[in-house]
Write a protein that binds this ligand. Structure first.
Ligand code: BEZ
Length: 216
């Protein structure tokens, strides 16, 4: 049985493991590809399969929105370059959607293993549906793993990216079900003086001293 034992799963806070790969848009060195931008690295189980087609065309339909969010897209599956190219062309021809981001041809499963995308209890030969959110410094900030038979949620992928970017820009945290425009959580006071300031503040919604929300 194929195992993950020589490939520890990357975790939130780790630097994104580097690799060289062939993609549908040429060879890449991942550390160069991700430099200075947010990156979503996402895997799908196989080309020419229905759920994957809905997901990858979903990324393609939002590719301009991701660009506006300073975010690059890169897919991956354990398929060949020829398969990727044929699938991209089929989806373009039949559905009028161009998957215009690179898709890694991970035929030797090297990247899938490196990123914990090969989860043998689910499949020994196909990657699960993963999304790695990588920040412009190359750090993994959020990870999603979905099984083979359940598609991801594009609204949640975009919301999570907006939340990460908002948290970084404004040094705040985001509450349950946060969406852009909603109030954000300001960091808890770390001194008695800061607490006293907080208690006097007029612009905070504060049911208790450690839970304070404000409009950005
Ligand atoms: C799909 O994308 O439909 C799929 C791919 C692999 C296994 C199960 C479903």
């Amino acid at each position: 049985m194929e195992t993950q034992e020589n490939y520890p799963m990357p975790r939130i806070g780790d630097m994104a493991p580097d690799f060289k790969a062939k993609t549908s848009r040429g060879d890449i060195q991942f550390s160069e590809f991700i430099k200075g931008k947010w990156t979503l690295l996402f895997s799908h189980p196989a080309d020419f399969t229905p759920v994957c087609t809905t997901e990858m065309s979903g990324f393609a339909l939002k590719s301009k929105d991701f660009e506006k969010m300073n975010t690059k897209l890169i897919g991956l599956s354990i398929d060949s370059i020829n398969s990727h190219i044929a699938w991209i062309e089929d989806v373009r021809e039949k559905m009028g959607i161009l998957m215009d981001f690179p898709i890694i041809a991970d035929i030797d499963m090297k990247v899938a293993k490196l990123y914990g995308m090969l989860q043998p209890g689910e499949s020994e030969t196909a990657a699960v549906r993963a999304v790695f959110f990588i920040d412009p410094k190359g750090k993994i900030r959020l990870i999603m793993y979905y099984p083979l038979n359940v598609g991801r949620n594009m609204d949640e992928i975009i919301r999570a990216l907006q939340a990460l970017q908002t948290a970084d820009e404004h040094k705040v945290a985001l509450p349950l079900n946060w969406h852009p425009g909603d109030k954000v959580i300001v960091p808890a006071p770390t001194t008695v003086e800061a607490l006293e300031e907080r208690l006097k503040a007029k612009d905070l919604e504060m049911p208790t001293f450690y839970l304070a929300k404000k409009k950005l």
